[in-house]
Design a protein around this ligand. Structure first.
Ligand SMILES: Nc1ncnc2c1ncn2[C@@H]1O[C@H](COP(=O)(O)OP(=O)(O)OP(=O)(O)O)[C@@H](O)[C@H]1O
Length: 601
């Protein structure tokens, strides 16, 4: 008997090219058709023509909608693009974090990492805490507890870092000045996801006029810049964590350092500052440009470690409101190309600080510090003498050129290369000017040198005064906080509470302010004023006493400052311990010198 086995009618199978085409139009087509065939015995390929028709139709509609959307965008939507590697990105993020959008959106990036748009906020948070510490510290008998309370708050704040919110990737809608805006945070299409500086923010508005977007960005910039108010902004040239590229990363914003706190011969300080001011004057820029001379100026600050070179730079940046760009030439990762890129990215007016150029791989290795021969260094502006001194070392230097990431020729190329930005001020510091190559010191690269030395008698007096003059401000601040606290409480709290400002009187005894219970605000003010006046009157005498004990020309300002900081509340104690400190310090120096002599021998 013959059995007729009936198979489901199977239309002719698709050719390979048909299947490939369908796979392109409908990704996963092959897989789906196999599943359908095996489980449902349904051959989808029999509907090939219908499927192709549908796929083409779908693709056409999609394309048409895309084109339509693009035209619509072009005609009716304005859009600003802000890139991560630009500072405008920080402006916008900072501004956004303060907008109602960040309170209402349900899609956001949360993080505790401190970065450039939050750094100053952290600082002001800490300042609030500092106030509370001072407030309670002034009540006698509670000093320990006050510190414990303050410290508990600090450590807890450090543990529970403030959570920061920024918009997540994707689109967000918000209102700005009664206009609906769209914010989109996205990675650049086509770029590798891990590349951090791929990120973009787009802000869009309806209409062809982008004025509202520009106004938003201007507002964001203003908010960001105002946050810095009169601070000195410091950038550091560093490698991005994700790539090998170097860029300027904002690392902090510091309160400016008053020039008066840098102890250096007044004329020398003024010459330095006047020279920078003269350089920044528009007539100087015109002068340079009319003669085709590259508009750049370089300074070399030289002297033993801890004599105030970096401090002078900070002070100058603060006074002139210039941003400070720090670069470590010792980084082995830094090559000529990166250095050149960093220099080309500098803003038109700024200070670039290259510290300890002698220790970078562009000279012979760093040696011991030569013993001081005079109390003050030679008058600074002597590039010719410096050049002579350095010519002798040029040979030795060239041998070491290849040490480290950057070579001498690399540095020279970048300092005056065509790609380097104009208008910048380059300040290099060194502990060993004699080790620097003459080529680095030639005019055009170094136009002025400022020498720093060991403190003279006058410097010691000035340093002492500057340290204890600040105490007057401290007293005033504590007085104000105590007064405000007592006025909040109605009166000074306990029976025994006194304002604990142990300041010595002319006769060496300690003054306790506000000793009377419930002393009036006015009375305390008068006491504080008297104390301040008495201290001010005593400081010159104390400074002379101190300078008579500490020999001139032997110690750096950093060393003396270090000692005075151990007695920051009591100038009298500083004077009492000065002779012993000088003796110990001299002994240590002698021992170090002997050790160095043995090593050299
Ligand atoms: N001339 C000075 N006037 C006031 N303070 C000074 C002076 N020199 C040093 N100091 C103090 O000593 C510390 C170190 O100073 P600074 O960093 O400016 O020294 P430096 O010469 O740049 O040292 P280095 O060569 O090691 O970089 C700072 O706290 C600073 O306040």
């Amino acid at each position: 008997m013959e059995h007729n086995i009936t198979h489901p009618t199977t239309p002719s199978p698709l050719s390979t090219s048909d299947t490939a085409m369908l796979e392109v139009l409908v990704p996963g087509f092959g897989f789906i058709s196999r599943i359908l065939m095996s489980y449902l015995n349904f051959d989808i390929s029999s509907y090939f023509q219908v499927l192709v028709g549908l796929a083409v139709y779908g693709a056409t509609i999609r394309y048409a909608l895309l084109m339509l959307w693009e035209h619509f965008n072009e005609l009716f939507i304005s859009r600003a693009e802000i890139r991560l590697d630009d500072e405008a990105f920080n402006y916008l993020m900072f501004w956004l974090s303060r907008q109602p959008l960040m309170k209402t959106t349900n899609r956001f990036v949360a993080g505790v990492r401190t970065n450039s748009y939050w750094d100053d906020e952290e600082e002001s948070d800490n300042e609030d805490l500092d106030e509370t510490a001072e407030d309670v510290e002034t009540l006698d008998g509670e000093k320990q507890d006050a510190f414990a309370m303050y410290w508990a708050k600090v450590t807890s704040r450090d543990k529970y870092k403030k959570m920061r919110f920024t918009p997540s990737e994707g689109c967000h809608y918000f209102w700005y000045k009664n206009r609906p805006l769209m914010l989109e945070r996205a990675q650049r299409e086509g770029g590798p996801y891990w590349l951090m500086n791929n990120e973009r923010i787009f802000v869009s508005c309806l209409g062809r006029n982008p004025a509202i977007l520009k106004s938003l960005l201007a507002e964001a910039q203003q908010a960001y810049v105002e946050k810095d108010s009169n601070r000195t902004i410091i950038y550091r040239g560093s490698r991005s964590p994700a790539g090998s590229q170097f860029s300027w990363v904002r690392c902090m914003a510091r309160l400016p350092r008053p020039l008066s706190t840098v102890i250096l011969d007044q004329d020398r300080k003024e010459d330095f500052l006047d020279d920078i001011k003269e350089y920044l004057h528009p007539r100087t820029r015109r002068w340079y440009s009319n003669r085709g001379i590259p508009y750049r100026r370089g300074y070399l600050l030289h002297g033993p470690p801890g004599t105030g070179k970096t401090s002078l730079c900070f002070a100058a940046a603060g006074i002139l409101g210039l941003k400070l760009y720090l670069l470590d030439l010792n980084s082995t990762a830094l090559d000529e190309e990166s250095l050149s890129m960093l220099f080309s990215e500098l803003p038109r007016r700024c200070i670039v600080l290259l510290e300890d150029v002698d220790s970078a791989g562009i000279t012979k290795s760093r040696g011991t510090i030569p013993a001081p021969s005079t109390t003050t260094p030679p008058k600074s502006d002597a590039p010719a003498a410096a050049t002579e001194a350095t010519e002798a070392s040029a040979d030795a230097t060239s041998k070491d050129e290849k040490k480290g990431g950057i070579t001498l020729s690399g540095l020279l190329n970048v300092i005056d290369g065509v790609a380097a930005s104009e208008g910048r001020i380059l300040i290099m510091t060194t502990n060993h000017m004699e080790k620097l190559d003459a080529a680095l010191l030639r005019p055009g690269r170094v136009d002025m040198t400022v020498g720093f030395g060991y403190t003279s008698e006058a410097d010691i007096k000035e340093l002492f005064t500057s340290i204890y003059v600040a105490m007057e401000k401290d007293i005033a601040r504590r007085g104000i906080s105590t007064i405000s606290r007592s006025s909040r409480n109605g009166s000074v709290k306990s029976q025994n509470s006194t304002i604990s400002l142990d300041a010595p009187k002319a006769n060496g005894k300690t003054v306790h302010l506000g000793e009377s219970n419930g002393a009036s605000k006015k009375g305390k003010h008068t006491d504080l004023q008297n104390l301040t006046v008495s201290l001010r009157a005593r400081i010159p005498g104390l400074a002379s006493e101190f300078a008579a004990i500490v020999p001139g020309g032997e110690f750096t300002a950093a060393e003396i400052q270090g000692y005075l900081l151990n007695h920051k509340e009591s100038p009298d104690a500083a004077i009492q311990g000065a002779a012993e400190w000088v003796e110990t310090a001299q002994e240590k120096k002698r021992a170090r010198e002997e050790k160095d002599t043995v090593v050299v021998a």
